[in-house]
Write a protein that binds this ligand. Structure first.
Ligand SMILES: [Zn+2]
Length: 487
């Protein structure tokens, strides 16, 4: 027997403190046959007894809210393809979970609810999530299977997608319909304090496979949620996919309580402090490369990525032998391309996406121009007073070694490497000698208690501290109806 499974989704993370709305150009879109051919979805090609109906999958580097027009266009395309794929045995959605659409709350709920309306009540829906995604009752009510990353930095992206997809196949093959139980935890912490490389998150995530192994449990998850979107749904939670309601309630309660009980223990992994403090430590270091994370402007957390405050501080401090990678500034990149390699010019750097972002002026020499795939992908490497700066036309991270080597740069060759990042990526962390994290300002400022907090539901730690909590696990409406009616 062959099962017809449709695959699609939308995957991004949006800070409501970032004013630069995302549009279609920010997304990598896989449509139709291109979807299973992509590396990201290559596991779909290995599935036996399954016919894949590829829909639309749109994915973007985190950023500001998605423009309503862009979102509605993706949704319409996705739904059109979904309707054309009927009848279906199952639907798999590869989501992030922290998308914010301009003017809309709980955007993933809107997407998943629309999908449910197309496929009907009987079709199982499996979703995979980033552990920094937000879950709501509306989302839970529409789905049958849920799996989220168990690592941050995320090194189990593929495994997580395989977990969700395999549970869907298993459900169809066995003729067993699991359900989803969740237990919100009123805690919101930044990813930088909940990295699974550090305690207490490491131990909390290490316990999840033991929950999976329990009778009646298929997959146990702990969601940190996303703190930089001031939305009512923002919350941590436990989410369990199971066939046994009582076992799921117990597991969700225990996971939720374990996170609540640890709430005071989460701390930043690397040496962390103000930019001034971190630059002072960097100046004294006799090892290299010191890797300084400019955490408030981290594009992979939803930051704008156009701030020049660290550049200004380095220039004022007379720092030499430093590499800043990178600053998103399309006009500056275009100025460099107009001037040509080797030219010396006065550059205005920073603040082109968010006019609140600090900027700098520098007389710089153009070392390299990189034009791999048109104006959006252009980069320029410039040097001013011993500081090398990578300028990019679009918002993007420099978190992989190849991001540097493609520009002829060796990240280990500099005394100080500044990246716009929170916790360091799996490729940069091992070379940091040492790693420092500066609590810089920006759309993903780590001083979360100072964030606008008009719309989040309270009480929620650490915005409020003096309140009691007991987990209240809630099943999906679908599972509850099946359970109450059938068993
Ligand atoms: Zn994440």
């Amino acid at each position: 027997m062959t099962f017809r499974i449709a695959v699609g989704g939308i995957h991004t993370e949006c800070s409501t403190g970032n004013p630069a709305l995302m549009t279609a150009e920010n997304f990598r879109v896989l449509e139709g046959e291109a979807l299973p051919k992509a590396d990201y979805f290559s596991f779909l090609r290995e599935a036996d007894n399954v016919e894949i109906l590829p829909l639309l999958h749109a994915r973007a580097v985190p950023g500001g809210p998605v423009s309503a027009k862009t979102y509605q266009a993706f949704k319409a395309d996705f739904l059109k393809r979904l309707k054309a794929s009927l009848p279906l045995d199952g639907l798999y959605l590869a989501m992030h979970g922290a998308m914010n659409v301009d003017g809309m709350d709980d955007a993933e709920a809107d997407w998943i609810l629309a999908a449910r309306e197309v496929v009907g009540a009987d079709c199982p829906i499996a979703v995979s999530y980033d552990l920094h995604g937000n879950v709501s009752q509306t989302i839970i009510d529409q789905i049958d299977i849920f799996a989220a990353y168990r690592t941050a930095p995320h090194i189990d992206v593929r495994e997580t997608m395989v977990r969700a997809f395999s549970m869907l196949v298993k459900s169809l093959e066995a003729g067993v319909r699991p359900g989803v139980m969740w237990a919100p935890v009123p805690v919101l912490l930044p990813g930088e304090r909940t990295s699974t490389e550090d305690e207490p998150a490491a131990a909390l995530y290490r316990q999840l496979p033991a929950f999976d192994a329990r009778e009646g449990i298929w997959d146990a998850n702990l969601m940190v949620g996303y703190v930089w979107a001031d939305e009512p749904r923002a919350t941590a939670c436990a989410v369990v996919t199971a066939t046994d309601v009582a076992a799921a309630e117990k597991a969700a309660s225990e996971i939720a309580l374990s996170y609540w009980d640890a709430r005071e223990d989460f701390a930043f992994g690397p040496v962390t402090g103000s930019l001034e403090e971190m630059l002072e430590i960097a100046g004294r270091a006799d090892t290299k490369p010191v890797i300084l994370a400019d955490s408030g402007d981290n594009p992979t957390g939803g930051g704008v990525g156009d701030r020049a405050d660290v550049l200004v501080a380095l220039m004022e401090g007379g720092c030499e032998d430093a590499l800043i990678a990178g600053i998103a500034d399309r006009p500056a990149v275009e100025d460099c391309f107009d001037a040509g390699k080797g030219a010396v010019l006065d550059l205005f750097i920073g603040g082109t996406l968010d006019d609140r972002s600090p900027s700098a002026t520098a007389t710089a020499r153009i070392i390299r121009l990189d034009d791999p795939a048109g104006p959006d992908e252009r980069q320029a490497v410039v040097e001013t007073g011993g500081i090398t700066i990578v300028l990019s036309a679009r918002r993007r991270p420099y978190h992989n070694i190849a991001d540097f080597t493609q520009l002829g740069l060796d990240p280990k060759a500099f005394r100080l490497l500044v990246v716009k990042s929170g916790y360091l990526s799996p490729e940069l962390a091992p070379i940091a000698n040492p790693n420092l994290m500066a609590l810089t300002d920006g759309a993903v400022n780590q001083d979360i208690e100072a964030l606008p907090n008009r719309r989040r539901r309270g009480p929620c730690y650490p915005f409020q501290r003096d309140f009691a909590y007991a987990p209240e696990p809630r099943p999906s409406k679908r599972w509850k109806a099946a359970h109450d009616g059938g068993e």
